[in-house]
Design a protein around this ligand. Structure first.
Ligand SMILES: [Zn+2]
Length: 177
């Protein structure tokens, strides 16, 4: 097995976007596959990241990069909305069903994003479980919420995440203009 597997290059993302993302995140982003959504001000808001960086599985596909939105979502986390949403999921079979379906579509897209050679490499290294079983953001427990940022990013990119949708419907999350 090759030890120097090439890093998935950033596609459809120009140097200018990468520099802005670096400023937003405070580090050079690796494996950026696409800018999925932009703020009205034009800068990247949600990016898609390749699910395997070097030899490290990276099960979170979508990342919020806009600091303004990250800050607003962090505030909701500090107010206890992760735990409250987990309680809601427990008590609402329809929300739970939709949430699980969202894990499934995420898993499908994550797998389809991988190159064939990387799928074979993962299989050869016993890492398929990470990609076939773990849900949004690598969650082992499909009823857990863990982080609101990854759900909101998924919702903004694909519109099929009931946690992100729930946040969007109840809180006025502002985009930069
Ligand atoms: Zn923004």
């Amino acid at each position: 097995m090759a030890t120097n597997r090439p890093q998935k290059p950033s596609q459809g993302v120009d140097e200018r976007d990468l520099r802005i993302i670096e400023e937003q995140l405070g580090r050079r982003p690796r494996g950026v596959v696409a800018v999925e959504r932009r703020c009205p001000a034009g800068h990247p808001q949600v990016i898609k990241v390749y699910p395997l960086l070097g030899k490290e599985p990276f099960p979170t596909l979508f990342w919020l990069t806009c600091p303004e939105i990250v800050r607003q979502i962090s505030r909701l986390e500090h107010e206890g909305w992760i735990e409250r949403l987990e309680e809601l999921i427990k008590g609402d079979p329809e929300l739970r069903r939709r949430y699980h379906e969202s894990h499934r579509t995420y898993i499908r897209e994550r797998w389809q994003t991988l190159r064939e050679e990387d799928k074979r490499w993962l299989e050869a290294h016993g890492l398929l479980e990470v990609f076939q079983r773990r849900g949004i953001g690598g969650l082992r427990d499909w009823d857990a919420v863990k982080c609101l940022h990854m759900h909101y990013a998924h919702y903004k990119a694909r519109g099929e995440n009931p946690i992100g949708e729930w946040i969007a419907e109840r809180f006025a999350i502002r985009e930069c203009s």
